[in-house]
Design a protein around this ligand. Sequence first.
Ligand SMILES: *Cc1c(COP(=O)(O)O)cnc(C)c1O
Length: 357
Amino acid sequence: MSPHAAALRHATAEALMPDTEDSPLPPHREDARTSSSLAASPPVAETLDSLLDLFTPPAVDRLAWPLADEAGVIVECLRADTLDSEISGNKAWKLRLPLARALSEKRGIISCGGGWSNHLHALAAAGARLGIETHGLVRGHPEAPLTPTLADARDNGMRLSFVSRAEYRQRDQPDFARRHGEGVWIPEGGGCVEGVAGLAPLAQALAEPVPGESVPQLVLLACGSGTTLAGVLSALGERDGLRVIGVPTMNHGDQLYHRVRRLLAESGGSQQKTPEWGLWLGAQAGGFAKAPDWLIQFIQRFEAETGVAVEPVYTAKLFAALAHHLANGLIARGTRIRVLHSGGLQGRRGYPALQAI
Ligand SMILES: *Cc1c(COP(=O)(O)O)cnc(C)c1O
């Protein structure tokens, strides 16, 4: 990422601010299509796994965090951020089955996102390594300077087409992709049945005990489109003694209840069993990609204390929500928590107050 750090210094802070007008939640549509089949055959998925060497379960680190120690709570972190320098965290898993399908059907992939999209960033890198053509439909103007995120995507061979805000709002319409190109379509953020299904191995790693330790009782993860939460719930099924909590990172996070239920129903039917789950609302810190001073200060302190890097859009809000619960005695002493570090660190480049890593 360092070549882009230089570019970052030359850009104005304003040009670098993430596009925060829209939340990552597409408009809610009961009749959404997303009946993309799960036809990706396991053998192709296996070939893919060996090609990318990405899908081995990430390490679990016990967090050395004074706040957790004082609360008598054990915080274990599943380090999906360490999986790969470009194909980060949960994105790799959500892309797994669409990539496998594109390989087997010998087609390219077309998807969409904003200027700082971790999803497009990861997709471009995966496509480059697998020889799959990728095409990103980006909300924004072609004349605007490319964000470092999009510059990386372009350097990885992604074709970029810019669409207006008005057009981008149509991204859930069946013909949105077809108007711009050909290829296996991945909805924004990988929010489709294949995205949900691809997360299964990551979900197992989230709930698995560290050898010699007891099983986690609480799983925490950050939510954008809610696909990761749906994937984890769907893969874990009914589990006594485990609660899974999603932390919405955008305004109107309560809409995620519907979205996650819809993804679950599309993936496994309405009778699908899940662990007990819920959302911690109120951690959005002003809205999607917003980073008030207190959040930047939280990041700096958290990183100094734990040695774990986070970014403002998702993972800092996740840990800040946990910090709030710990500091207020809202989690029983002795609880073992597993937190998904879903990566996304490339997005730090959008925040001049933070050092790019
Ligand atoms: C995309 C992303 C999320 C949100 O995942 P969803 O499946 O869209 O809810 C969380 N964390 C990071 C770092 C991400 O890039």
